[in-house]
Design a binder for this molecule. Structure first.
Ligand code: FES
Ligand SMILES: [Fe+2]
Length: 352
């Protein structure tokens, strides 16, 4: 399984990390413990205590250090062992790896690679996640599927015409479905415009009463390796996007590889309608959770069970028109991973 290492992955929603409560999570097959220092700084360390390799997240945070719950060695935020409660000083070489971590857009981002972290690589497009002019429905799902199958899902949104028929789409929307796809500055972009269609129930509830037909623009931006911005814009027929009588949402779908076959899925739908309506908010939360946990994720997990350890592209899938964005994205990502591997190989060669 191949994954890009020198990049930022979503590790947790900001409010998941509370001072005094270490959080253990695996990223790219590596166990990581995260905790928040008293001044709010988030810290990510290897979760593997170097004494007997117990998980540090089962220990406790004492001030700004983490105390292993097994025999009590303590580690500072830089990963160094700072205290051995059994006397005779700190064992030599007792330290754990510290991973770069930054907090942005209500998320904690981890950099699993050995290269120099560059926080300009967190796409500014996700700034909507903290926009006060929107209401945000956030969630997290641990999925038993490889992150690329999850990414395919949002880069081929035609699945909504069938998998989410009757909630997110209407039969009417299956007509004149023409995705336009390209790569710009490394971002795979997909846009679909549809005109004078019957709005599906999820959106009909948001539109002004009596709206029978709408124009729809759907956009997905795939930022490598695992971040998708998905936008839906519903407009009154013949009116431009975001005009009066229309509604829209932006969503983040962030897929962080946990292991080769499992994914941390962070999602957030940020809407510009009924922003202060608590009842609507609850309904949307429940509906998103229902859709993802009973429609998308079970389908992708079932796909994964059949595919097993094989690489999807090596199985020579039958390609159809709507696959273009996911194929482009996979190809682009494979190129980045190859490049990263080649650079690591050169570095290893130079060090010999
Ligand atoms: S395993 Fe952590 S102190 Fe022993
Ligand atoms: Fe879906």
């Amino acid at each position: 399984m191949t994954m890009l290492k020198n990049t930022w992955y979503a590790a947790a929603w900001s409010d998941e990390l509370v001072h005094g409560r270490p959080l253990g999570r695996r990223f790219l097959n590596e166990p990581v413990v995260m905790f928040r220092q008293a001044d709010g700084t988030p810290v990510a360390l290897s979760d593997l205590c170097p004494h007997r390799f117990a998980p540090l997240h089962r220990g406790k945070q004492v001030g700004d250090v983490i105390q292993c719950g097994y025999h009590g060695l303590e580690f500072g935020a830089d990963g160094r062992c700072v205290r051995n409660p059994h006397g005779k000083g700190v064992p030599s070489g007792a330290r754990v790896r510290r991973y770069p971590m930054v907090e942005r857009y209500n998320l904690l981002w981890i950099w699993p690679g050995a290269g120099e972290p560059d926080d300009t690589l967190i796409p500014g497009e996700f700034a909507f996640l903290t926009e006060s002019g929107r209401a945000h429905n956030r969630g997290y799902i641990n999925a038993n599927a490889n992150y690329l199958l999850m990414l395919d899902n949002l880069m081929d949104v035609s699945h909504a015409l069938y998998l989410h028929s009757g909630s997110l789409t209407t039969e009417d929307m299956r007509q004149n479905y023409e995705p336009k796809v390209g790569i710009e500055d490394g971002v795979t972009k997909l846009v679909i415009n549809q005109y004078e269609v019957v709005p599906p129930p999820f959106w009909a509830a948001a539109l002004p009463p009596g709206t029978e037909r709408v124009d729809v623009r759907e956009t997905s931006h795939g930022h490598m390796p695992s971040l998708v911005m998905h936008e839906m814009v519903y407009s009154q027929v013949g009116r431009p996007p975001y005009s009066e009588g229309g509604v829209s949402s932006r969503s983040a779908h962030l897929y962080t590889p946990e292991t080769d076959g499992t994914t941390h899925y962070f999602y957030c739908l940020s809407r510009d309608f009924h922003r202060d309506d608590a009842e609507v908010h609850e309904k949307i939360s429940a509906e998103l959770h229902r859709i993802f946990t009973t429609e998308d994720v079970p389908m992708i997990e079932a796909q994964q069970r059949l595919i097993g350890d094989r690489d999807l592209m090596s199985m020579k899938p039958a390609l159809i028109h709507t696959d273009k964005a996911s194929v482009l994205m996979r190809r682009h990502l494979a190129g980045l991973i190859e490049k990263e591997k080649a650079a690591a190989g050169e570095l290893a060669g130079a060090n010999h």
